[in-house]
Design a protein. Structure first.
Length: 327
């Protein structure tokens, strides 16, 4: 038996409860892993509230690190005793131990500790596919402007550093002056407090009226319309989350009126659908983290027993950088 966090129905943080669950042996294509640390992400909130509908009861959590204890038939990239980390479906990382698909589990380099590994996989792989794969039709080159919302969060702080490494001029938005300062300290070229001004007007000012090539937006409803106004002709609106709520329906003709814009809705799990794709992305992430070019900021740690408070703080936007559950 092992402890895990489960919900029996969608709702608020009060639905989260600790239960004892049986962990069996891995089947074909699976591993059993004992966790050392667990990462928290906004997708966990979407699943808990029912915005993303999943069968109940549901064991939450999409990323973690730990030690591989057993491997099933057909798993040849991992062995018992390996240090490992993952971002994976189905959920279930809010636990001391689990059996799970091996496909997206990667060996964790010795240079990266378990807490960092747990905090970086979903967020770091997201930053990787955004900056390296989710590109405007004209591409991105050093010196280009991009806009990144919620830049003081877990994905945002990784992306600001990575963008600087790529030579991009990242314009960050955040909800307080303190968060803006954090984004600037981590590589943003400019930072805008969206609570105190018109961020679209400020973006136009920064770019001499040209706009940015791409907007990376995990906020959703609250930033959508103004974000479209930040784009230059043929620019890309890249939505990858909806922390403020889903984007309402819009008329495609608006994209033409605003400069023949492109819109995409991305999810990590499309990008890591194969073992080969996952490993290639992880290798690039591991390299920038192990080199020190990208640092993973773990700003909050909560014991597993305090998962309800962790969710409350995440939803209230009281957190910065990455958040982990400790075991």
């Amino acid at each position: 038996m092992t402890r895990a966090i489960r919900i029996d129905q969608p709702g608020g943080p009060e639905q989260l409860r600790i239960v004892d669950v049986q962990v069996g042996q891995p089947g074909p294509g699976e591993i059993r892993i004992r966790h050392k640390a667990v990462g928290l992400n906004f997708i966990d909130v979407y699943q808990r509230t029912g915005l993303y509908t999943l069968p109940m009861p549901l064991q939450l959590g999409m990323e973690a690190s730990g030690i591989v204890e057993a491997v099933g038939e057909g798993v040849d990239h991992l062995r018992p005793g390996d240090r490992a980390a993952y971002a994976s479906q189905p959920p279930g990382s809010y636990s001391e131990e689990r059996v799970m698909p091996a496909k997206t589990v990667c060996r964790l380099p010795d240079a990266i500790d378990f807490e960092t590994g747990a905090a970086m996989m979903l967020k770091g792989l997201t930053a990787q596919y955004l900056l390296r794969k989710t590109l405007p039709v004209e591409g991105l080159r050093p010196g280009d402007f991009v806009l990144f919302h919620a830049a003081a969060g877990g994905v945002g702080l990784i992306a600001t550093q990575w963008a600087r490494l790529l030579g991009l001029r990242l314009i960050a938005t955040a909800g307080s002056d303190e968060k803006c300062a954090l984004a600037l300290a981590n590589g943003a070229a400019h930072a805008i407090n969206y609570r105190t001004g018109d961020f679209a007007a400020r973006v136009r000012e920064i770019t001499d009226g040209q706009g940015v090539k791409v907007v990376y937006d995990s906020v959703g409803k609250d930033t959508w319309e103004q974000s479209l106004d930040c784009l230059r002709p043929f620019g890309l609106m890249a939505s990858f989350g909806n922390a403020s709520g889903p984007v309402p329906p819009f008329a495609p003709a608006a994209l033409g009126n605003k400069g023949s814009l492109y819109v995409t809705r991305q999810t990590l799990f499309t990008h890591i659908a194969t073992r080969e794709a996952t490993q290639a992305m992880a290798d690039e992430l591991f390299a920038v983290v192990a080199s020190g070019d990208v640092k993973i900021h773990i700003a909050q740690r909560y014991p597993l027993e305090e998962v309800r408070q962790a969710h409350r703080d995440l939803e209230a936007r009281k957190t910065t950088g990455s958040t982990i559950l400790t075991l």
